[in-house]
Write a protein that binds this ligand. Structure first.
Ligand code: ADP
Length: 181
């Protein structure tokens, strides 16, 4: 499923493994410690190889933590991309702890890194809806709107933003959010 804006930019939804989809930049759902983890983070480090963690170790020496809502960039090792943007989403604690703003900010941070690097194709996982517990029906419209706003405005070098959704339920939640615009 995809949405094409009048300026030709495209927002696309696919079901699959984000480590297999070629892009200029792949976004990761990281944690504040930037030390790797399970879920998509584990898959990205496994497929990308040790150079990504090596770069994160250097970043960690400078910033210690990456707060929720922010992102850092590394190379992509063996992944079919130039960069990985490690974005930290919110841990969902009921919805009244600023989670929606923090989630939007995580996607926004990736779009900023993309703009700085002239990224044309960017892939996103569904940040925070795994271990971090964000209900996917609430997260999907925030994720899509935050990215779509830039595509629609044209204030980004990104031509194609692809949400790569791992499981059927997540894919369907994003499809529904996109269809109900
Ligand atoms: P978070 O801690 O931000 O919730 P998770 O990695 O636990 O991050 O989950 C985020 C989403 O990423 C979930 O929908 C999960 O199913 C999905 N996911 C896991 N592995 C992959 C993968 N290889 N490609 C794309 N998405 C993935």
């Amino acid at each position: 499923m995809e949405k094409r804006f009048p300026n030709g930019k495209v927002l696309k939804l696919i079901q699959g493994d984000i480590t297999k989809v070629p892009a200029d930049a792949i976004c990761n759902a990281a944690n504040s410690g930037l030390r790797g983890g399970g879920g998509v983070d584990g898959a990205i480090h496994r497929a990308g190889g040790p150079s990504i963690m090596k770069e994160l170790n250097e970043i960690r020496e400078k910033i210690r933590l990456c707060p929720p809502g922010q992102a850092v960039a590394t190379g992509a090792g063996n992944l079919p991309a130039k960069y990985v943007f490690h974005a930290v989403g919110p841990i969902y604690r009921g919805g009244d702890h600023g989670e929606a703003n923090t989630l939007a900010s995580a996607y926004e941070s990736c779009m900023k890194l993309a703009a700085d690097r002239g990224v044309r194709v960017i892939t996103f996982p569904s940040i925070s809806t795994g271990v971090y517990g964000y209900p996917v029906d609430l997260a999907a419209p925030i994720a899509l709107r935050t990215v779509a706003r830039h595509l629609e405005k044209g204030d980004t070098p990104v031509e194609e933003a692809i949400f790569v959704l791992f499981d059927e339920a997540t894919f369907q939640a994003y499809e529904q959010a996109l269809a109900s615009w």
